[in-house]
Write a protein that binds this ligand. Structure first.
Ligand code: NAG
Ligand code: NAG
Ligand code: NAG
Ligand code: NAG
Ligand code: NAG
Length: 668
């Protein structure tokens, strides 16, 4: 009897393990619930520092108590318990160059990792333990260095799921899906900015999602990997983080962490998280304090001198204050304060678009009451920023009814704020693909938009005093105003994405499906690579389909197929319901093919294109169709590599000076 009672009391405890739930907003130095070792400390700010930026460092931080990872061990087939976690990480590189290696969220049977190595073993494995099924380790890595295991882990800056080995089962370049779209935006893990990550396991999938911690959780996870973790876990497991550095090193921080084995992990309140220490103020030793003092004093001295010189010059050029010549203040350099007020403190609710490392806010300028769009770019490199600012004056003088006017700018630390006209109807991309129920662009509107974009590009390429190459012509960069006219935006911005260590090359943001073959080969953007992208865009507008839609759908190929079967009109957007002007549709489709011809010399110039569209000249017929499918090896390989990691994500390419400063020598 006593035995039975004992059994009854104990049984429920064994059968239903206690769920583990916890949440940390910052980490206390004397936090008893965390076990730290290696380089890990809780820094005074409250951030958990897994490693500092010394070389070959390893840091671990684990929740002190074990989790019950098998749900019902008395049943004949216990299952791995589901779990949900979210945390905010920040990876700060040393001020000199790139860092490494990365950090991993880790489920492990032990809090100790004897013999584990730094670098790509991330303080979890070594060459002997790596790959052994007796590890019982499940990790989600946030890796900033490439090189290990070429093929799978060939990209640095990726997120991967690793089971018992550092060879990832699945990896994805760091990115997130823009709200309600299939568009992926890249992220840079080691940017130093806080990144929020979510890892969820529901018994069937491990889902991993990341995004900037300023944004809401993306609805679609970056990785959704079908797997049952039961064979890999043990009855009790520890949960935490491991990080390591190598020859390259970064400081790895966790700012907040919420975990639950009982439903969704509680949301972190981002306003309660500590700041990630920035590059400069990581010195706490006496030496660095003295050094800091010296730097501060010299800065003050230099500043005073600067102010003195400024005032001397300013007095001399006092007339500058009046800004009689509009060029002097064009585009206007806004005060940060005003833009802050205009966007109500860059509130999330004011965001009207997100892209790359930029968010676009709607704002109302306090001084004039005009509506503006403020693009806040946080990830630009210093080099790119410098070059862009050098060009900003030119960009601000570009004025054309089919361009989005750049009203002004403001720089604050590494952030660049660009102030544009506010265009109410959003992008062509959203009108074509995300439109509200029932709204369809008519053929007349589409044709007008097509002509508008052509006029804008003609201006950039041939009519302005310098040749401006857009370099990222695509439907999401075409905005539509209240009169349904097209306005081309984001010209010249490609400069900002420069990560160049080599000053002769810059990086361009091209977008898959719009990248001309020669651009893929030699990285040289030109007016004719813009024309290529325009050609693809024409087909997109007529067909209502994205340039690259699935692993083996290429819009250009499909239109050629329709054409060769003699049914080119079959390619038109079914939503048009056959209400269009046949001649115009045919013209635009053929023009689209001509512009997206693989051979740049076959593509027409923008002025020719405008003449074709206006019916002033007949479009030449394309006779060498073979060129299209002559399987340009390099290009096909290029497309394959990109489309195998993602279909619509932005792709960075090396390119050489795109914003050419040479004036057009002919034609004017
Ligand atoms: C850190 O923990 C100590 C003792 O548990 C507590 O008194 C203190 O308020 C905590 N500090 C913070 C910032 O949470
Ligand atoms: C970095 O961490 C190591 C321990 O791994 C420590 O010995 C070293 O002093 C730390 N460096 C700084 C600058 O804090
Ligand atoms: C993970 O993603 C899949 C879709 O890919 C979804 O069906 C599943 O519910 C998600 N699981 C969790 C725990 O979010
Ligand atoms: C598990 O979560 C549910 C819902 O959040 C809650 O009602 C329940 O009390 C939790 N169980 C334990 C043991 O914490
Ligand atoms: C987040 O924390 C701040 C400051 O502690 C508090 O004012 C706010 O109400 C919290 N928000 C939520 C949603 O809990």
């Amino acid at each position: 009897m006593a035995f039975l009672l004992f059994w009854f009391i104990l049984f429920p405890v064994i059968a239903q393990p206690q769920p583990t739930n916890f949440i940390f907003h910052g980490f206390n130095r004397s936090e008893p619930k965390l076990t730290l070792d290696g380089a890990s400390i809780s820094s005074p700010s409250g951030a958990l520092e897994l490693t500092n930026d010394s070389r070959d460092a390893i840091g671990h931080a684990f929740y002190s108590e074990p989790l019950q990872m098998l749900d019902d061990k008395s049943s004949p087939s216990p299952k791995a318990s589901s779990f949900s976690t979210t945390f905010v990480l920040a990876i700060v590189t040393p001020s000199s160059g790139r860092g490494g290696h990365g950090l991993a969220f880790t489920l492990s049977p032990s809090k100790q990792f004897p013999g584990a190595l730094p670098e790509h073993y991330m303080g979890i494995f070594n060459s002997e333990t790596d790959g052994s099924s007796s590890n019982h380790i499940v990790a989600v890595e946030f890796d900033t260095v490439n090189g290990y295991n070429d093929g799978l882990d060939s990209k640095g800056n990726h997120v991967g799921i690793n089971i018992n080995t550092m060879y990832s089962t699945v990896t994805e370049p760091a990115a997130y899906y823009v709200k309600n779209t299939e568009l992926k935006e890249d992220m840079i893990l080691e940017s130093g900015d806080p990144i929020q990550a979510w890892i969820e396991y529901d018994g069937n999938f491990v889902n991993v999602t990341i995004c900037s911690f300023h944004l809401n959780k993306p609805s679609k996870p970056l990785i959704s990997h079908p797997i049952d973790l039961t064979p890999f876990v043990q009855e009790t497991m520890y949960v935490g983080f491991s990080a390591s550095t190598g020859q390259k090193s970064s400081s790895h921080y966790i700012l907040g962490w919420s975990f639950s084995t009982n439903g969704t992990a509680a949301q972190l309140n981002t306003s309660r998280l500590p700041m990630a220490p920035s590059k400069q103020n990581d010195g706490s030793s006496f030496d660095s304090r003295v050094f800091g003092l010296i730097v501060a004093l010299s800065t003050v001295t230099v500043l005073l001198f600067g102010i003195l010189i400024y005032f001397t010059l300013y007095k001399r050029n006092a007339k500058y204050e009046d800004l009689e010549d509009w060029e002097l203040d064009c585009p206007h350099r806004f005060r940060y304060k005003d833009l802050y007020a205009a966007t109500r403190g860059f509130q999330l609710s004011e965001i009207i678009g997100v892209g790359g490392f930029a968010a676009v806010y709607k704002g109302v300028l306090p001084t004039t009451g005009t509506e503006v769009a403020v693009k806040k770019i946080t990830q630009s490199s210093i080099q790119g920023l410098r070059e862009f600012v050098a060009e900003i004056e030119s960009l601000g003088r570009l004025r054309h009814k089919n361009l989005v006017y750049l009203q002004g700018w403001c720089k604050r630390k590494n952030d660049l704020l660009l102030v544009y006209d506010y265009i109410p109807n959003g992008s062509l991309y959203s009108l074509l693909f995300n439109q509200e129920q029932g709204f369809v662009l008519s053929w007349e509107q589409r044709f007008n938009i097509i002509k508008g974009i052509a006029a804008g590009l003609l201006y950039l390429h041939e009519e302005w005093e310098l040749v401006v190459i857009h370099r990222d012509v695509k439907s999401s960069n075409v905005l539509i105003d209240t009169d349904m006219n097209a306005r081309l935006g984001d010209f010249g911005l490609a400069r900002l994405y420069d990560h160049g260590t080599d000053s002769h090359t810059t990086n361009i943001v091209g977008t898959i499906g719009y990248i001309a073959p020669e651009l893929a080969r030699n990285g040289k953007a030109s007016t004719s690579s813009d024309v290529f992208a325009y050609g693809v865009l024409l087909l997109e507008i007529v067909c209502g389909r994205k340039p690259v839609d699935s692993r083996n759908f290429f819009l250009v190929d499909w239109v050629i197929e329709c054409h060769q079967m003699g049914h080119i009109l079959d390619a038109t957007d079914p939503k048009l319901n056959s209400s269009y002007v046949t001649e115009e549709v045919k013209l635009v489709l053929l023009l689209g093919l001509l512009c997206s011809h693989p051979k740049p010399e076959v593509r027409p110039s923008m002025s020719k294109i405008v003449r074709y569209l206006n019916g002033d000249e007949r479009i030449p017929s394309i006779d060498n169709w073979e060129a299209f499918d002559s399987s340009d090896e390099t290009y096909l390989k290029f497309l394959e590599t990109i489309s195998s990691d993602s279909i619509t994500k932005s792709y960075r390419l090396s390119s050489i000076a795109g914003f050419s400063s040479s004036s057009m020598s002919s034609g004017r």
